[in-house]
Write a protein that binds this ligand. Structure first.
Ligand code: A3P
Length: 294
């Protein structure tokens, strides 16, 4: 069956098909700058949402200017080379003037070492793993031609860490443990849904951009689900692989639901118990609990 992931033998991680071995190798020597801003997430946790917020904050709320270029250009995704990329984004980033805004899903083991050792700003967005599984299910299935994976099949792959970027637990736990460091801002998708204005304030303070209430309110409106869904610069409709049914009939709706708790309509009782049990086991002895998301 056609798939969406490949096993990187050297690291043991499953990665996207668009993440070549060359990219993984180049990350080992990629030069990190202290004034970089890295948006780091496990997939489908609200990355795009946070990218747009960061971009708007760094432009001091000049939405007219940021609307002129795609989010992918403003905040390149360092992990992959897509068919629509003219060249690998890490090369664009090497040549980009500061301040660079960078998106990655790489777990800490594959991230350029400078991100962990130096002090670029890191914004980590975490999302309830149950909703992450549902969102990943719809997204990754879009890369597969018929037959698509069934919900239960995908759930089991996730449980076995056989989805791109591997274990949700290890990915989240690493940054959760570093969340009190001055150059790390750890936020949750659920808190973004609850009070986006508060998050925009946090991001602007963290990045050193003083914004007045009126500007914050405009950014909040610009980054609402409904605004982003119809904004071609962020909804990925301009990326040929996504959001459009292409010749092979694939169709990935990027801005899909944008809600909290969709897992309740997908998980069976047994799956819920299985995940809760796994969560307890993998995060035993840490203070990262599911309560963090509620
Ligand atoms: P769903 O599939 O649950 O709808 P990422 O950018 O990390 O790939 O995350 C994508 C998820 O974030 C999708 O979730 C998408 O709908 C949601 N999302 C994107 N922008 C959002 C926004 N402005 N408000 C709420 N959710 C948003």
């Amino acid at each position: 069956m056609e798939t969406f992931a490949r096993l990187d033998e050297e690291s043991g991680f499953h990665l996207l098909l668009t993440t070549s071995k060359e990219i993984v190798d180049r990350m080992k020597t990629f030069k990190v700058r202290d004034d970089d801003v890295w948006v780091i997430t496990y997939p489908k946790s609200g990355t795009t949402w946070m990218q747009e917020i960061v971009s708007a904050v760094c432009a001091d709320g000049d939405l007219e200017t940021i609307n002129k270029t795609s989010l992918t250009e403003r905040v390149p995704f360092i992990d992959c080379v897509f068919p629509f990329d003219k060249r690998p984004p890490y090369i664009d980033l090497e040549e980009m003037t500061s301040r660079r805004l960078i998106k990655t899903h790489f777990p800490h083991q594959l991230i350029p070492p400078g991100v962990l050792k130096q002090t670029p700003k890191v914004i980590y967005v975490a999302r309830n793993p149950k909703d992450v599984i549902v969102s990943c299910f719809y997204f990754f299935n879009g890369f597969i031609s018929e037959p698509k994976l069934k919900w239960d099949e995908f759930f089991q792959l996730f449980i076995k860490d056989e989805v791109p970027y591997g274990s949700w637990f290890n990915h989240n736990l690493y940054w959760w443990n570093r969340r009190h460091e001055a150059h790390v801002l750890f936020v949750t998708y659920e808190d973004m849904k609850k009070d986006l204005s508060n998050i925009v304030h946090q991001v602007s303070e963290f990045l050193g951009h003083v914004l007045n209430e009126e500007t914050v309110a405009r950014i909040v409106d610009h980054c609402s689900f409904s605004s982003m869904k119809k904004n071609p610069k962020v909804n990925k409709s301009e990326d040929v692989m996504l959001d459009s049914a292409d010749s092979s009939g694939k169709n990935i709706q990027f801005m899909r639901k944008g809600i909290v708790g969709e897992w309740k309509t997908h998980f069976t009782v047994a799956q819920c118990e299985q995940l809760d049990k796994l969560y307890k086991k993998r995060l035993q002895g840490t203070d990262l609990t599911l309560d963090v998301f509620f």
